[in-house]
Write a protein that binds this ligand. Structure first.
Ligand SMILES: [Zn+2]
Length: 529
């Protein structure tokens, strides 16, 4: 079956358009004149619209997004009372819920971001409630959840995590970083496999509606590979997905053999499988909004603190060298300049110790890069994974981050143009459900460096072109996951998105109004069921 796509503006990759694409067995087999001359079985008339490679989300958490959709949704609410009301309404509609776990609240709603259990008690005093903040490094609990977790004045902060406290030491109701969050979530009932398969199916639908045809799960912990494998086998996983297994300081040695055996199991799935598992995720620090990103100079609001480095550098090097030798890609979360330096140092050590291979290491978020370290991305061939929707002065940057780190450092965030000029490769990811998974909301933000649909620029010298962003969301995102896609070229996967307008030809502030008309997976139109 040969399908010809024609009569559209067909963007292949940077600077390259064609007038026809021929697809067979999921792959592009000819473009342009060759495609028009060859025989075909079917013609898809693009009606003059804009066809591009499908968007690829190179850093996201679709399973967490799907899980969150199964609890109360508090995204975008602007006050504590609105959030509490939403949780109360959810409990009223789900009277049998033994636990309520949802998200994601905007931490900038409260100065300093410490939310109190007593306010969430107004939703329920009897049912434990846990809400994730949008940064996904922070949770807010009610008193019942604090009680079940056994968190009291006497509880010591776990390694790498913090419990927000009143001056007498008693817990406020806000926990930061995975080790602290585990105190409560380890007490919550285990989710079932079918809950998670349904969450994955839901996430794939949301992706396809918004033009995303491949994605990643950048935080895969025990229980999640099983869910993805089950979703793949049942057909619930409809888009290509690369899993990043989470390596943590206290567990990586014991989990290593599980990662290898899950990878083998995934590689043995039939050729119709959408799953791969090429990557190990390392979390080097927290988030600037929570004061947990690791900085070279102290936080202004807490001069004793430079944030949290999750790993001892030697341990990080040992872990990265170990997984790199097993043929896994390194994907390191690093936000503060100290964490970015540590991640670069560790990756540099890996390249010295292990034999050369096409390892494509990634540093995700890379928000505050020290000027001395910026050239090291290109030198070490480290891909900077950037969240395009974050590259403007949003309320979190203006109200939570700027008071903590000062104007100068705040404005040094997201040096996209400098990274590009240095020769570094940038891949885009949404970090969904931290922020929206919709590429067209985010695509123009690195160009106008302002809220979607507006024009007031933040540090405009770091602005990049719309076509740069389109490449980062397609070709570069594919490269960073070892996929032969993200371009329209002979031999590449025929995953496409059809848009009602060419984003390269409209004003940047209008890009978020562009509509997705259709996605094609392996050349076949996806039908929303
Ligand atoms: Zn993430």
């Amino acid at each position: 079956m040969k399908t010809l796509f024609t009569n559209g503006e067909i963007w292949c990759t940077r600077g390259t358009y064609t007038d026809a694409v021929l697809v067979e067995s999921g792959k592009v087999i000819a473009i342009g004149h060759d495609a028009l001359q060859a025989s075909n079985d079917e013609v898809i008339d693009l009606g003059g619209k804009f066809l591009a490679p499908g968007f690829i989300d190179a850093h996201a958490h679709p399973l967490f997004a799907g899980r969150e959709s199964q609890g109360p949704n508090v995204n975008g609410l602007q006050s504590v009372s609105e959030i509490v009301a939403a949780v109360r309404a959810y409990i009223a509609n789900n009277p049998s819920a033994a636990w309520v776990i949802g998200g994601a609240y905007e931490a900038s709603v409260i100065a300093g971001g410490d939310f109190e259990a007593t306010s969430l008690d107004e939703a329920s005093r009897d049912i434990p409630i846990v809400l994730h903040a949008v940064d996904h490094h922070t949770v807010w609990l009610n008193s019942k959840a604090l009680e079940i977790a056994g968190i009291t004045k006497a509880t010591v902060d776990p390694d790498g995590g913090t419990i927000a406290r009143y001056s007498d030491g008693s817990p406020k109701g806000t926990l930061r970083e995975p080790s602290a969050i585990d105190l409560v979530l380890s007490a919550a009932p285990k989710r079932t496999l079918s809950d998670d398969v349904a969450a994955i199916a839901w996430a794939c639908q949301r992706y396809l509606e918004s033009g995303v045809t491949s994605a990643t799960d950048a935080w895969v912990e025990p229980g999640m590979p099983e869910a993805y494998i089950a979703a793949d086998k049942s057909g619930a996983l409809t888009i290509d997905t690369n899993l990043f297994f989470l390596a943590q300081p206290d567990t990586w040695r014991s989990y290593s053999k599980d990662f290898v055996s899950f990878r083998s199991e995934i590689e043995a799935l039939p050729s119709t499988s959408h799953l791969s598992a090429k990557t190990i995720k390392f979390i080097c620090d927290g988030a600037l909004s929570a004061g947990t990103a690791a900085l070279l100079e102290p936080y202004l609001d807490d001069p004793q603190s430079t944030g949290l480095l999750i790993w001892d550098e030697d341990e990080l090097i040992d872990a990265m060298v170990h997984f790199d030798a097993l043929g896994f890609q390194i994907h390191a979360h690093a936000i503060g300049d100290a964490a970015i330096r540590q991640a670069l140092n560790a990756i540099e050590a890996v390249t010295r110790v292990n034999p050369r291979w096409d390892r494509r290491p990634v540093i995700a978020h890379a928000q505050l890069i020290h000027p001395d370290d910026l050239p090291r991305f290109a030198t070490l061939s480290v891909i900077a994974n950037i969240q395009p929707l974050w590259t403007y002065l949003d309320p979190m940057n203006a109200q939570l981050i700027e008071p903590r780190i000062g104007t100068k450092r705040n404005n040094q965030q997201y040096q996209l143009a400098s990274l590009q000029r240095s020769g570094a490769r940038i891949g885009y990811g949404s970090d969904w459900p931290v922020t929206s998974h919709v590429p067209l909301d985010a695509l123009a933000v690195p160009t106008h460096r302002s809220a979607p649909g507006s024009t007031q620029a933040w540090s405009p010298q770091e602005s990049v072109t719309l076509e740069d962003s389109l490449v980062h969301y397609t070709q570069d995102a594919a490269f960073s996951n070892f996929w032969n896609k993200g371009v329209i070229a002979v031999g590449a996967d025929a995953d496409f998105v059809l848009l009602d307008q060419n984003p390269l030809k409209v004003a940047p502030e209008k890009v978020n109004k562009i509509k997705v008309l259709q996605v094609y997976l392996g050349g076949v139109p996806w039908v929303n069921s």
